[in-house]
Design a protein around this ligand. Structure first.
Ligand SMILES: Cc1cc2nc3c(=O)[nH]c(=O)nc-3n(C[C@H](O)[C@H](O)[C@H](O)COP(=O)(O)OP(=O)(O)OC[C@H]3O[C@@H](n4cnc5c(N)ncnc54)[C@H](O)[C@@H]3O)c2cc1C
Length: 439
């Protein structure tokens, strides 16, 4: 039998190693720490939280909380360790980051069948079942090897992310549907601004608090991908000639082109998500909410993803991976963690968990399938593997990527309905595709 090599001992790699070895597989986990560290990693330990100590909401009626609950039901090491090292933080699950990493490392060091090797992996190992989980800051030699394998154009090193809005919270009476110069079928929702609204919006952007770049993050942006606040600083009309350009868009209410527009583009097939076109930003999240809600039509918008710009190594998973995270061109190679284009600690651990479960089934020659898209785990996999356009971008878990609920569910009941539907589907999938590990 081929050996199993897991490259990267972060959240995804540790979770994959745990799921595999507790089912009786032998595996080697390779991490370059402590001799070599990415610019963001400080601790010598495995499973380091590089920034915030919060794993976000723990409420199972929220998307992030539901993902955790599903992982709990699949005996996730990361979630069990977070629960065991939690610090008070209201409805969120925040941890003592030192105790958290220590616990994960201690459990894995004691895990029968697991060998932990501390060295940089500079090439993709051959002749093995490999789980690649080296994260958003994969070291340069390995990133080059991945680029060689998947093609330079399918590996990204930067995120320039625009916010995503919950479609049901857009005020349709204030926006109009149209494509520029009437091309297509009116594919965009356009939020029209008059001159006064535009000027005060620009001033708000200029006054907004932004998140400074980290020392290792080069602030030289691509000209075609500039943050809105940088454009706003360049001049009074720069935004109006850039992402807020009204040319070719006639507002049916006035019969004229507005002074400026914000365009919203449908993000998913179901039409539950809309992307603010060209609105990549470094503004702090509360500032995005405050300022972008002044845009006509977005007064009550709920932001399912906020804009951001940061360093991030990830592949174009929808074209490269199957819905079981295997590389289409070489199914022995499985990707997990943030490198697949999920975003966040828990999301990364979740794909590590799935990679471990899938590989266990592969090795046993047992049938398996991805969890249904009514579950949080299935929704994440759906994001990673759905054939999308070329604009693939990392995504946190949110209800917008779940299979939509039927009509007629009141907004305040949605979270609970998602929870019930998901946990029932998860139990069924577990019986069919996971099996029980030996005691
Ligand atoms: C600066 C920064 C801040 C972030 N802040 C947050 C936040 O506040 N909240 C949040 O939810 N998410 C945050 N993220 C995203 C977060 O990093 C990921 O969500 C999560 O840690 C990714 O998990 P992972 O297992 O994919 O990668 P990681 O946890 O980064 O683990 C990858 C591991 O691979 C190892 N490695 C890399 N290259 C090699 C190699 N060639 N050979 C051997 N080992 C290698 C590294 O040492 C590391 O231990 C942040 C990311 C960055 C870069």
């Amino acid at each position: 039998m081929k050996p199993i090599i897991i490259v990267g001992g972060g959240l995804a790699g540790c979770e994959a190693a745990w799921q595999l070895t507790r089912r009786g597989n032998e595996a080697t986990l390779v991490d370059m720490k402590p001799d070599k560290r990415s610019p963001a990693h400080r601790s010598p330990r495995l499973a380091e939280l590089v920034c915030s100590n919060s794993l976000r909401s723990n409420d199972p009626a929220s998307a992030a909380g539901l993902l955790k609950e599903e992982m709990r039901r699949l005996d996730s090491l990361v979630i069990a360790s977070a629960d065991a090292t939690a610090v008070p933080s209201g409805k969120a699950l925040a941890v003592d980051r030192v105790l958290f990493s220590e616990r994960i490392e201690r459990v894995l060091l004691g895990q029968r069948g697991l060998r932990i090797v501390r060295e940089e992996c500079r090439e993709i190992p051959g002749g093995a079942h490999v789980i690649l989980a080296t994260g958003p800051l994969t070291s340069a030699p390995l990133a080059a090897a991945i680029a060689d394998l998947v093609g330079q154009q399918s590996l990204y090193f930067y995120d320039a992310i625009a916010p995503i809005v919950d479609a049901s919270t857009i005020d349709r009476t204030k926006v109009f549907r149209a494509s520029r110069y009437d091309a297509g079928e009116g594919d965009y929702l356009n939020c029209p601004l008059d001159e006064e609204q535009y000027r005060s919006f620009r001033l708000a952007v200029l006054g907004g608090r932004d998140i400074p770049a980290r020392a290792f993050e080069d602030e030289r942006y691509f000209e075609g991908c500039l943050p809105v606040e940088v454009l706003a600083r360049r001049g009074e009309d720069t935004l109006r000639f850039g992402p807020m350009k009204p040319v070719g868009l006639v507002d049916p209410c006035t019969g004229r082109e507005p002074y400026a527009v914000v365009q919203l583009r449908q993000e998913n097939r179901e039409g539950t998500l809309f992307n603010m076109v060209g609105f990549q930003t470094r503004l702090a999240r509360p500032e995005q909410e405050r300022i972008f809600r002044t845009i006509p039509g977005l007064g009550k918008a709920e932001f399912l993803r906020f804009g951001s710009i940061h360093r991030n190594t990830y592949i174009h998973a929808p074209t490269l991976l199957t819905d079981t995270l295997q590389l289409r061109a070489n199914p022995d190679l499985i990707f997990a963690g943030q490198i697949t284009g999920v975003e966040g600690y828990v999301e990364s651990a979740a794909t590590g968990l799935l990679a471990g479960l899938f590989l266990d089934r592969i090795r046993r020659g047992l049938p398996f399938s991805p969890p249904p898209r009514t579950t949080a785990l299935g929704a994440l996999l759906g994001h990673v593997s759905s054939p999308g356009g070329k604009g693939y971008q990392p995504m946190n878990i949110n209800f917008g990527i779940f299979e939509p609920l039927g009509p007629g569910v009141r907004k305040r009941d949605r979270g609970e309905r998602y929870r019930q539907r998901s946990l029932a589907a998860l139990e069924e999938w577990k019986c069919r595709s996971v099996g029980t590990p030996p005691p």
